[in-house]
Design a protein around this ligand. Structure first.
Ligand code: PSU
Ligand code: MN
Length: 304
């Protein structure tokens, strides 16, 4: 096994017995939500995965060790430290590991570490993508490149319109990443069920998701698969309210000159404040919804 990787005993036992395991990211804990809701949500997501018959593996870098499976104390630590913990993308891994630092893993690094551990399914909230204005800023999330290269199925609630959704889909097409709508032909827009953009395929059951991903793996096609699972109707936001908050957050980021890895956490925090916390409540519910689908899909993959 990779000498930098620690798989928790619980996750190791599940993998050895070919039982379903679901990977979870930690940037959503340290940079995506405020304390203490971040810790409460992370623990609730783990519990939801257990209740749905799979083993959760929350992923992070702790003291330079790549961790698949965290203790509740480690989750508390990442949540409490928040933005003091480095947001770790692919380019950050070498130095964080060499210097024995902590890192909160994004979709990118969670995929990398999940693949090292042999975990195939990963549940999160939203992925990074092509930012609006990327024609000049070149701000394109490393998440897209990772989806192109690393064999993990990522289950999210679509992408929010802080991104250019059309360009994000174009990029994924170029890189050969299948974009699946779960129970829908339309790409969900994270806080809402509708974006006006189409996914590549609609699949309707966890078994169908598992079959498609298994086919991809068995053909030896590199890269992952993106499953977009719409937020449940009862938790979805009013599009006018959320789009106004997004526009406001974007122009603030622009005025303040926010750049690089700070862009996404800045926008998420501002949107939460502008909506008076409503966006956070939706965010929590859509993550739980993705955790349930991921557990069901991991079960199908393990049984197949
Ligand atoms: N989108 C969200 N919540 C998040 C993120 C994105 O709705 O927490 C996080 C994820 O960890 C994602 C990362 O991988 O932000 C993307 O950051 P960037 O745009 O800097 O690549
Ligand atoms: Mn970026």
């Amino acid at each position: 096994m990779n000498k930098y990787l620690d798989i928790s005993p619980e996750v190791q036992a599940a993998l050895a017995a070919n039982k379903p395991v679901v990977a979870l990211e930690s940037t959503i804990i340290s940079h995506g939500m405020p304390y203490p809701q971040n810790v409460q949500t992370a623990l609730k997501v783990e519990q939801t995965i257990r209740e749905n018959g799979a083993t959760p593996a929350t992923i992070a870098i702790i003291g330079g060790r790549l961790k698949a499976g965290l203790s509740p104390e480690e989750i508390e630590h990442l949540g409490k430290e928040g933005r003091n913990v480095a947001k770790a993308s692919r380019r950050d891994l070498p130095v964080l590991v060499a210097q024995k630092k902590d890192g909160a893993t994004t979709v990118t690094t969670t995929m990398i570490i999940a693949a090292m551990a042999g975990i195939k399914v990963f549940a999160t909230g939203g992925i990074g993508g092509v930012h609006r204005g990327a024609q000049t800023t070149m701000d394109i999330s490393a998440d897209l490149e990772e989806l192109a290269n690393t064999p993990v199925m990522v289950i999210c609630a679509g992408a929010k319109s802080i991104l250019d959704l059309g360009l994000t889909l174009e990029y994924l097409e170029t890189k050969g990443v299948p974009v699946i709508g779960y129970g829908t032909e339309e790409l969900p827009a994270f806080y809402t069920r509708h974006s006006g953009f189409r996914t590549d395929y609609r699949l309707d059951t966890p078994e169908q998701l598992a079959e498609a991903f298994r086919a991809k793996l068995e053909m030896g096609l590199k890269g992952g698969m993106l499953v977009t699972n719409p937020i449940p109707e009862e938790y979805s936001m009013d599009p006018t309210v959320i789009n106004k908050a997004i526009e406001e957050a974007l122009s603030e980021a622009d005025a303040k000159g926010v750049k690089g890895k700070e862009v996404t956490p800045f926008l998420l925090a501002r949107i939460k404040d502008i909506t008076g916390g409503d966006s956070l409540a939706s965010n929590i519910q859509l993550v739980l919804n993705n955790a349930r689908l991921a557990a069901a899909t991991a079960k199908c993959l393990a049984n197949g």
